[in-house]
Design a protein around this ligand. Structure first.
Ligand code: NAI
Ligand code: MG
Length: 367
């Protein structure tokens, strides 16, 4: 059977960038005889306008069945005054929660033509291709007890609890090792086992999964603070990094700046393997609905197109097709073709969203 894909364009620039992904999907059908069973549906404000809820139950059920979900972005000023329970973000949160997407994947990949966009020197980032796997559903953002309370000495105390169980650590470790097998067979796990019990358990359990299930993958451990330093000093030493929710939040944002614009950054969230062995998966650009440029044809579609490339690589087992897409993006950038977000002040003329998509389609045929 064809791989199945649920497309949820969402709000703002979501539908604009998704239209360019559609061109890529159509190109594969026409030129590579690769077809996908694509369903398209509403999420976020668009779903609220149609159904009064930011995610319809039927859409949720479809998301649970398909091989992968590809989401554009949700939200916008039109929906800011809505009740919390029906805000566009709730649609996204429901997908993440009910699909139990516990592993958040944030690649930091440097396209050479944009190396001067990085906050770092070109030689440090040129050719960079790393993947940060962040545990997303547990840890200090969720642990109990939590709250702000009286400290019984006339002051107050703010409490959050870092808490990880064996199974929570093992499942995200498995996601990281599975990814490593599709990449370069190397995982670096980061925690603070020197000062945190949850860090000691994290290190032991990641090592356990390695020794018992993935002995062929190279595993190293690093304290997260040292890891942050190494990420900026010599990022190319890493391939897959696996870490907890808090450290992953910081490290993935820092890693994003190694490579530049928000309009270039894809992401994925993975859950447990389904009956067919593929993990539950949702792919989405890191950026939001960008209301400031929505409807103007200014959005960069590359983050969404690279999110689809991640689906090809990690959900559909089509690494050669993912390479074709990423190669086409690289080629277009090398030709100097830029949407406005990729241009500095010195106004070279930017291309539109759809012109960028067309350029990538043209490059697909030659890469
Ligand atoms: P944003 O990511 O939408 O925009 C931040 C800035 O980056 C804006 O100036 C925007 O024009 C620019 N930008 C973003 N994506 C771009 C692209 N592909 N090409 C060119 N420029 C791009 O974040 P912001 O402004 O904080 O949030 C706007 C709305 O999006 C809010 O309603 C927010 O809740 C929602 N949001 C949704 C997310 C999601 O669906 N996963 C994630 C982040 C925000
Ligand atoms: Mg963050």
């Amino acid at each position: 059977p064809n791989p199945s894909l649920l497309i949820l364009p969402g709000d703002g620039i979501g539908p604009e960038v998704m239209a360019e992904v559609r061109k890529v999907i159509d190109w594969f059908g026409t030129h590579k005889d690769v077809s996908f069973d694509v369903t398209e549906d509403l999420v976020g404000g668009a779903a609220y306008d149609a159904h009064g809820v930011p995610l319809h139950d039927d859409t949720m059920a479809m998301a649970q069945k398909v091989d992968a979900v590809l989401l554009g972005a949700v939200g916008g000023p039109k929906y800011d005054e809505l009740d919390f329970s029906v805000k566009p973000e709730r649609g996204l949160l429901r997908l993440r929660k009910e699909m139990d997407l516990f592993a958040n994947l944030r690649p930091a990949q440097c396209f050479d033509a944009l190396a001067d966009f990085s906050s770092l020197k070109t030689e440090i980032v040129s050719g960079l291709d790393i993947m940060i796997v962040r545990e997303l559903t547990s840890g200090i953002y969720f642990g109990e007890p939590r709250g702000i309370m009286d400290d019984n000495e006339g002051g107050r105390v703010g409490i959050n609890t870092q808490r990880y169980t064996t199974s929570e650590i093992r499942r995200v470790a498995r996601s990281a090792f599975e990814l490593a097998k599709k990449r370069n067979n190397r995982v670096c796990s980061m925690e603070k086992a020197n000062v945190m019990e949850s860090g000691i358990l994290w290190r032991e359990e990641v090592q356990w999964v390695h020794d018992n299930e993935y002995p062929e993958v190279e595993l190293s451990h690093m304290y997260a603070d040292a890891g942050a330093m190494q990420l900026v000093r010599k990022p190319k030493q890493f391939d897959v990094i696996v870490t907890d929710n808090l450290f992953g939040d910081l490290l993935s944002d820092a890693a994003a700046m190694l490579t530049g614009s928000l309009g270039m950054l894809p992401s994925a969230s993975l859950g447990a393997p389904m009956a067919n062995g593929r993990p539950k998966a949702m792919y989405e650009p890191v950026h939001g609905s960008a209301p400031d440029i929505a409807g103007e044809g200014k959005a960069n579609p590359i983050a969404c197109i690279l999110s689809f490339a991640m689906a090809l690589r990690y959900s559909f087992d089509m690494p050669q097709h993912a390479d074709i897409v990423e190669g086409a993006v690289e080629a277009v950038l090398a030709q100097g073709i830029r949407t406005a977000d990729l241009l500095g002040e010195e106004g070279k003329s930017p291309v539109t969203t759809s012109e960028m998509g067309d350029a990538i389609i043209a490059a697909l045929g030659t890469s």
